[in-house]
Design a binder for this molecule. Structure first.
Ligand code: G3I
Length: 347
């Protein structure tokens, strides 16, 4: 059985939240509303996580379904669960090009887009004011393949408002919730390679511009959707990026960690070992930076991973990207996270 090498059944598994606390690290996971109604899952989440984030329930399409109607019910469920279990809550997200409600495309114009954005943030960040550890204010605004000199994604927000939408969003969030840590969140900042080098340069250019423009921001989110292969990355580009981010006096959160094992061959145990090896190596490297204050996986169990969502894969093979298997049993990846945290310098 997987995990026997570590000799402990689930009951004896270390609690990541305690291991993290010993090092000044928050640790946790993305959660969907349906999981909050599963006692075995909520027991695990309460045991393991000191911080949680809504996988989808705080996004525009879920929380602002009609122009004049906000639906906070599912997000409030998670907020009260977190409060009951001494957990912090991350907000994800206030401005993104994805998962926008249909009414936005029909209603938004160059004339009203800034007001729509300000109102959404005032309502949503205002509703949770003082109770959200950090908000992903703008998510995934960089896409160098869109060919702009500034590397920005040619999103609907950019088309309607130009790069100013970024300042509008962060200033609105800062006003609505002066206590929250305003975060810029993005992907493909971590691995080696020319595309990620270009991505890192463009994200740094954006963060430096925000500092120059005195746009309020406190932290950067490394989504960390990693891909397992036969060779471990050097992380050289990531270390340079984190050193530059520290010079901008920004904290860093690992916000959506998982390991896509679709390229791996071998049986389940071999794949799980390779996935664990990447978890361990990645976290050992990022924890060298005192600016890294939190690590969240994008889910706890392979069963509910977005990578196994219906229609995503052409074969029957289920991916195994997260610390717990479909039966909520700890996998080698879980122990790799625990080990990396216990070996981490305290921050
Ligand atoms: O809510 C509808 C439901 O009514 C409908 O029956 C069902 C079937 O089509 O779809 C449901 O919506 C799905 C939604 O998740 C809620 O479950 C969408 O189809 C599906 O596309 C959406 O996927 C989410 C995805 O973001 C959308 O881009 C994933 O769960 C979520 O894990 C993923 O998360 C993103 C982060 O926000 C940003 N970074 C990348 C990460 C992975 O893509």
């Amino acid at each position: 059985m997987v995990g026997t090498k570590y000799g402990l059944a689930q009951a004896g598994a270390p609690k990541l939240r305690d291991a993290g606390q010993r090092k000044g690290l928050l640790v946790g996971s993305a959660v969907s509303n349906s999981q909050l109604r599963q006692p075995t899952f909520t027991k695990l989440l309460a045991d393991q996580a000191s911080i949680v984030v809504a996988e989808n329930d705080m996004k525009w399409e879920m929380i602002h379904p009609e122009p004049d109607r906000f639906d906070f019910a599912r997000a409030d469920d998670l907020l009260s669960f977190a409060a009951q279990h001494g957990q912090k809550l991350r907000g994800h997200n206030l401005c993104w090009h994805n998962q926008m409600p249909p009414w936005f495309a029909q209603l938004a114009t160059r004339e009203n887009a800034a007001d729509l954005l300000r109102r959404h943030i005032a309502e949503v960040a205002g509703h949770f004011a003082g109770r959200v550890h950090s908000w992903d204010v703008v998510n995934e605004a960089v896409n160098v393949t869109d060919g702009r000199p500034d590397g920005l994604r040619n999103s609907k927000w950019l088309q309607l408002l130009g790069p100013d939408y970024i300042g509008i969003a962060y200033r609105a969030a800062s006003t609505a919730d002066p206590k929250t840590l305003l975060t810029y969140n993005d992907y493909e900042i971590e691995p080696d390679g020319p595309n990620c080098d270009e991505k890192r340069k463009a994200v740094l250019r954006l963060l430096t511009w925000m500092r120059d423009e005195k746009i309020p921001i406190h932290s950067v989110g490394l989504q960390s959707h990693l891909r397992a292969s036969t060779k471990l990355p050097s992380w050289a580009g990531l270390h340079q990026f984190l050193a530059a981010v520290e010079k901008l006096d920004l904290d860093v959160f690992v916000t959506e960690l998982d390991v896509n094992d679709s390229e791996l061959t071998g049986d389940v145990d071999e794949r799980d070992e390779a996935v664990a090896k990447l978890y361990r190596d990645y976290l050992t490297n990022v924890f060298q930076h005192a600016s890294v204050k939190a690590v969240l996986t994008w889910g706890l169990t392979d069963r509910d991973s977005w990578l196994n969502a219906p229609g995503r894969r052409h074969d029957e093979r289920r991916l195994r990207p997260l610390p717990f298997d479909a039966a909520l049993k700890p996998k080698p990846a879980f122990y790799a996270i625990a080990d990396a945290m216990s070996a981490a310098p305290a921050r």
